[in-house]
Design a binder for this molecule. Structure first.
Ligand code: TNX
Length: 722
């Protein structure tokens, strides 16, 4: 009897199972998903039709992914605007004989299309294999936030139009609807301005004979590029078809070294002491008192306003070196005349002048959070909070609309773990931290939450230029799957989080990322060592590889390794273009910190002294830039036996403030030195020295580095393997 009941239950369960497929793993999670019976089959004969002309681009977009044609009417897949829905809301109905995607506006329809892609086999992201089936269902969905943004720094690293458009495709697949292009900075001016053509034609390139100093690993030739207005129109249209608005950022009044290198007349009118830089003027802020500056910026911003169809134009406002204004006689006079006591007030004045220019063009200002420190900007200003949650909350409390993007959650140029590339000034974090974000979890009060427009992540690209930007790999590695988590938290309404179940869904999503061709980051393999056996594992369907120290091959890892030297193996996992960082037993990354003294032909900085590096703490600095023949000497108290020693000039993670050219000399006895190789990006890696090292000297062979000092990092020294 019991057995029969069981059989009946089992039969019922399988029937339900065969009729209603399991809820597919759509990211971001839709508000409502209802499964129904049967499936819809897309064949080569199927047609798409748009019910109104405004949906033509959407129909083309869908057709290009499904590989089927478009019909004027009566298509098997219908796109519709339904005025009863909110602008970005959609209802996707899949029945056995038809599919209807209804959206409140163009964006809603695209959101429905994006979800349909996720219901299909992942080959939809390159060439969909037909026939393809979709399980019948109804999905009703709308975003939590109207602003789901991403910021791309195309200045530090030049990113071509084509590469940006490919990246836009990836953002669109994740329902990101704003792309801010950071178009100007100290290192470049990337947008054609017809009234001042030199800005992009000269300012788009650095190094070589450009007035803009080479930086970040691109030293030997003139390097860069820019977008013509025609290019930009193409990018805007490409993005708009995918429900993404491209917002320009012209970063003012600071971060303007590129502009100042071309037009020194924008700078404050005092004579700076340029002896520490051999004459190179590193001042980067527009003078706030020169009327001619506002005329120039009016020309520029007016063109920008004409080119972009956005309601807002981002005018920067971050990290202004106000020390320049404090020294400028005219800025001082202006401050006195206005009764200002702090330079922040002068910045508020500057930003307000720009806001007036924008208003004359019918646009509103968007600014980084520091811009509101010195006084009230127009009420319609949107504040982008990057420094921290505190700054975001303050802006919201003061009544500004806020885009929440604190660096410690949303700067995807940050490292994902301590031994990976990237910056670390804000935090070291992977997708899990992004996934944990909710306004409440960040501490926003109910009142403050009403002013949150949404979330934005960013990719600042200082560290990309030296890593083969001709390929998207580094950009992808830093941003995916963090963007997958951003997509979820910026879209989905719920404040509850379940990291394990989201991870499962994300791993299912990896199949899609593979088909999109994304070189995303995999979670590091877990490596354990027990009873003389070293083993590694992954839980994401990736393949594991192992590398034995001393050999140069990576082989498939298939079974635990019996060894007494666990520190002699490195593991990495890969799937598609994705990869993990390499992982070893903890003993592998141990470092040595032998006592040493630092000396140099350049005097040390008064506060960032050589002792800072000697203590293996933070950076040391010199008090002037470097010249041909300048040197830095590391003398170890005892000769050091090691497998690798890395000596770097420049800031952590960044080839900047370095010896741009030079070589290393090694001494084993502290008296005689032998050649130890050329510096690369200001650093030398000494691998497997055959004798203990007593001293190393870095010698500079180029004049200047575009800055006022050289930074010196503590040595990084790895012990020999057993
Ligand atoms: C801070 S974000 C900056 C950028 C850097 C970034 C690197 C912001 C407003 N300023 O200039 O590129 O850190 O993470």
């Amino acid at each position: 009897m019991r057995y029969r009941v069981f059989l009946i239950l089992f039969a019922v369960a399988t029937m339900i199972g065969s009729v209603m497929a399991a809820e597919p793993s759509v990211i971001p999670t839709p508000r409502r998903y209802v499964a129904s019976e049967g499936e819809f089959t897309i064949t080569a004969k199927c047609r798409i039709s748009a019910e109104s002309a405004e949906l033509c681009d959407a129909a083309n977009y869908l057709a290009s992914h499904l590989g089927i044609g478009i019909a004027d009417k009566g298509g098997d897949i219908t796109l519709r605007v339904d005025a009863s829905l909110a602008r970005e809301e959609y209802r996707l109905t899949v029945e056995q004989d038809r599919v209807v995607i209804a959206g409140g506006g163009y964006g809603g329809v695209i959101n429905g299309i994006t979800t349909l892609y996720e219901l299909l086999p992942p080959s939809v992201y390159n060439t969909l294999v037909l026939p393809a089936t979709v399980d019948c269902c109804t999905i009703e969905d709308s975003p939590r936030f109207e602003h789901r943004g991403f910021m791309l720094d195309v200045c530090r690293t030049w990113i071509t139009k084509e590469a940006v458009m490919e990246f836009i495709d990836l953002l669109a697949y994740h329902k990101i609807n704003k792309l801010r292009l950071h178009l100007t900075d100290d290192e470049a001016w990337r947008l054609e301005i017809k009234s001042h053509p030199e800005l992009a034609m000269v300012g788009g390139f650095r190094g070589g004979d450009s007035p803009i100093w080479a930086r970040y690993g691109k030293w030997s030739e003139k390097w860069g590029g820019y977008y013509t207005q025609e290019d930009m129109r193409e990018m805007i249209a490409h993005a708009r078809a995918r429900n993404i608005e491209i917002m320009p950022e012209i970063d003012l009044p600071g971060h303007s070294l590129a502009m100042a290198s071309m037009h020194p007349e924008i700078l404050c009118s005092y004579k700076p002491d340029l002896s520490s830089t051999f004459g190179y003027d590193t001042r980067s802020a527009f003078c706030a008192s020169k009327e001619s500056n506002y005329e120039l910026l009016s020309d520029i911003l007016t063109e920008v306003c004409e080119l972009f169809d956005t309601e807002y134009i981002h005018i920067g406002g971050d990290e202004v070196e106000t020390s320049q204004w404090k020294r400028c006689p005219e800025c001082k006079a202006l401050m006195a005349a206005k009764g200002y006591t702090a330079p922040e007030q002068l910045q508020a004045y500057f930003m307000t002048r720009l806001a007036d220019i924008l208003a004359a063009c019918g646009k509103r200002p968007a600014v980084w959070n520091e811009a509101i420190d010195g006084g009230r900007l127009p009420e319609s200003t949107v504040v982008y909070g990057w420094e921290g949650v505190k700054e975001c909350r303050e802006a919201a409390a003061r009544g500004y609309k806020v885009v929440v993007m604190p660096g410690q959650y949303f700067y995807f140029d940050m490292k994902q773990s301590s031994h990976e590339p990237g910056h670390d000034w804000a935090a070291i974090f992977d997708w899990r931290k992004v996934y944990g974000v909710t306004p409440a979890a960040l501490g926003f009060t109910q009142q403050e939450q009403r002013n949150i427009l949404g979330f934005e992540a960013s990719f600042f690209s200082e560290a990309y230029a030296s890593r083969n930007p001709e390929k998207p790999d580094y950009l992808h590695y830093q941003t995916f799957p963090r963007i997958v988590a951003l997509s979820e938290v910026a879209w989905s309404g719920s404040d509850s989080r379940d990291e394990r179940s989201f991870y499962k869904r994300m791993v299912a999503h990896y199949d899609r990322l593979d088909c999109m061709g994304v070189a995303y980051r995999l979670m590091p393999p877990v490596v354990t060592y027990e009873n003389g056996k070293l083993s590694a594992s992954v839980d994401d369907g990736a393949t594991l590889y192992v590398h034995e120290v001393g050999s140069d091959v990576w082989r498939n890892y298939t079974e635990p390794i019996t060894t007494s030297s666990p520190d002699c193996y490195l593991f990495v996992s890969r799937r598609g273009k994705a990869l993990s960082r390499d992982v070893a037993h903890a003993s592998y990354s141990k470092r040595l910190t032998p006592q040493f003294t630092l000396s140099s032909s350049m005097p040390q900085h008064p506060t960032m002294t050589f002792a800072k590096a000697q203590n293996y703490g933070r950076l040391a600095r010199t008090s002037r830039t470097c010249d041909v023949g300048d040197w830095i000497l590391y003398t170890f108290a005892q000769p050091v036996t090691c497998r690798r020693m890395v000596l770097s000039t420049g800031n952590f993670q960044l080839p900047r403030f370095i010896f741009e050219q030079g070589y290393a000399e090694i001494s084993y006895d502290g008296k005689t030195f032998v050649h130890g190789g050329q510096l690369k990006n200001g650093a030398i890696i000494i691998d497997n020295p055959n004798r203990p090292i007593k001293a190393v000297r870095l010698v500079c062979t180029s004049r200047g580095n575009g800055d006022r000092f050289v930074s010196i990092q503590p040595p990084v020294i790895y012990p020999k393997h057993r």
